[in-house]
Design a protein. Structure first.
Length: 500
């Protein structure tokens, strides 16, 4: 009998009752390995109700209690990181080293949440007027929800719930239905760490579950990571239902390579940033902008390195890149390469039609490299989310910056140069939320916040870091006046002299 991935509600696994299920496949073989229950409106309501009940006590619990649970969770996460990585590889397909890296980046945010106490300190101003003090505090919101993508089934949820929980909120997670098991393992470890029942819940499903979370009156805030069209829908719908929203969308990340750059370092960076995790990440470099005469040499170096990448199942230690998540997504990625020449691109490497011996039914695609790509080509305009790298040519730095800034996306970008002045200008002039200088994937560390500009972010708060703490709390300002104790009513002796 096919294994079923159920929901996690009120501190335990709960069988799906809707009768609707989705398939979970092994991308390396194409075989269906399990099914995942899809939640009905009633099942989402049950998860929100469990979270609301738990909030009554968790929201007023001490910071010491909350962080004690998170410290235990951190230890359990560290002990089980190989097991979680194996679940990611089995359902997403990424190689084991990439999966371990994902867990490590999630662990970083758990560690940040363990030290949340310093971020929740309030402020105090004394004597703003005679015997009047003003203080500000931050308090949790209540029940909050996270809707997360398939490409990082452990890391992205951990960008959300550790901080939300540390701040005193309770959480309902709707992970991707394509690779749901990692989320369930995180729920089990949280329970083992002593998290009270109902503080963390998981419901699986499709648009039915998402829409119910967006409209549920007891959900105070929604965090989302995914494509730009869905991020826009999440933001519009949740905001219309009076919820706080942070919705991180898609990207078309550019890497500007100046003539003075170390081309070997730039080529190494381009290959790892474009093809790592099979290009299925919003921080992938998908467009290299070569300035001046460096284009030919840079493309040659990228091709030389790309042709050596070992593609195979994620369970094989020799594999450097795994399959794509589904056959449908693989075919969509391939369509951009197959239509590239007709749209003016020079196809340097064509990875379509790639297979792995013994795994012919897997969702395979090879590495593709397109040169002299016009800005009108679909391969440039769209977020492909696969191992396809576009190279564009410009004559000057100013042309390169203008090209990048014309993109509707503003997630991340990078510059490769030896010139500090050029790098400084770039970081100030470029219209993107995250900038790398000789760093191809500028994902901030946990104590800074992650997020883009323009069509890459809907909402006012970036994710994790200080923005994460602010998103999951709301401020309150208290103005206090106390009479001087010398003014106590007659007959009440507080031990102060009357002439104080």
């Amino acid at each position: 009998m096919t294994k079923t991935v159920d929901h996690w509600i009120g501190g335990k696994s709960v069988e799906g009752a809707s009768g609707a299920y989705g398939p979970v496949t092994d991308p390396a073989t194409g075989a269906v390995t399990s099914r995942v229950a899809f939640a009905s409106v009633e099942e989402v309501d049950a998860a929100v109700a469990a979270a609301k009940d738990a909030y009554a006590t968790w929201g007023t619990s001490s910071l010491a209690r909350r962080t004690a649970v998170l410290f235990k969770f951190r230890a359990l996460l560290d002990a089980h990181r190989d097991e979680i990585a194996a679940l990611i590889t089995a359902e997403h397909g990424k190689v084991h080293s990439d999966a371990l890296g994902e867990v490590a980046r999630g662990l970083e945010i758990v560690e940040l949440a363990c030290g949340i106490t310093t971020q929740l300190k309030g402020e105090l101003s004394t004597e703003v007027a005679s015997r009047v003090d003003v203080s500000s505090i931050r308090q949790p919101l209540g029940v909050v929800a996270g809707i997360t993508p398939f490409n990082f089934p452990a890391m992205v949820p951990m960008w959300m719930f550790p901080i939300a929980i540390a701040c005193g909120n309770t959480f309902v997670l709707k992970p991707s239905e394509k690779d749901p098991s990692a989320a369930m393992k995180l729920a089990e470890l949280l329970a083992e760490a002593g998290l009270p029942d109902g503080v963390f819940n998981v419901v699986h499903g499709d648009k039915v579950a998402v829409d119910r979370l967006l409209e549920h009156p007891d959900v105070a805030a929604v965090s989302f990571v995914g494509s730009t069209p869905i991020a826009r829908y999440i933001h519009t719908t949740a905001a219309a239902n009076h919820k706080r929203v942070q919705a991180l969308g898609g990207a078309k990340n550019h890497m500007l390579v100046l003539p003075d750059a170390d081309l070997d370092a730039a080529a190494d960076a381009a290959v790892s940033a474009a093809y790592g995790s099979a290009g299925e990440r919003c921080m992938a470099i998908s467009a290299v902008v070569a300035v001046g005469s460096v284009g030919d040499e840079l493309v040659a170096k990228i091709r030389e390195r790309a042709e050596k990448i070992k593609i195979g199942p994620g369970t094989d230690p020799a594999s450097e890149m795994g399959p794509l998540i589904t056959a449908v997504h693989r075919d969509k990625v391939a369509s951009y390469v197959k239509g590239a020449a007709d749209q003016g691109c020079e196809v340097v490497l064509d990875g379509t039609g790639y297979t792995v011996e013994g795994y012919e039914d897997g969702h395979w695609i090879g590495l593709s490299l397109l040169d002299r790509v016009p800005v009108t080509a679909d391969a440039y305009k769209d977020e492909i989310f696969g191992p396809v790298l576009c190279v564009l040519r410009v004559d000057t730095y100013d042309e390169g910056v203008a090209l990048i800034n014309a993109s509707p996306f503003g997630n991340g970008t990078a510059i490769f140069t030896r010139d500090g002045g050029a790098a400084r200008r770039f970081q100030l002039e470029i219209e993107a939320g995250m900038v790398g200088v000789n760093v191809p994937i500028p994902v901030p560390v946990g104590y800074h916040s992650f997020g883009g500009w323009k069509d890459s972010l809907f909402g006012d708060h970036h994710i994790y870091g200080n923005d994460g703490t602010h998103f999951y709390t709301r401020g309150k300002v208290v103005t206090t006046r106390w009479p001087d104790p010398s003014e106590a009513p007659a007959g009440v002796d507080l031990g102060f002299p009357r002439n104080h």
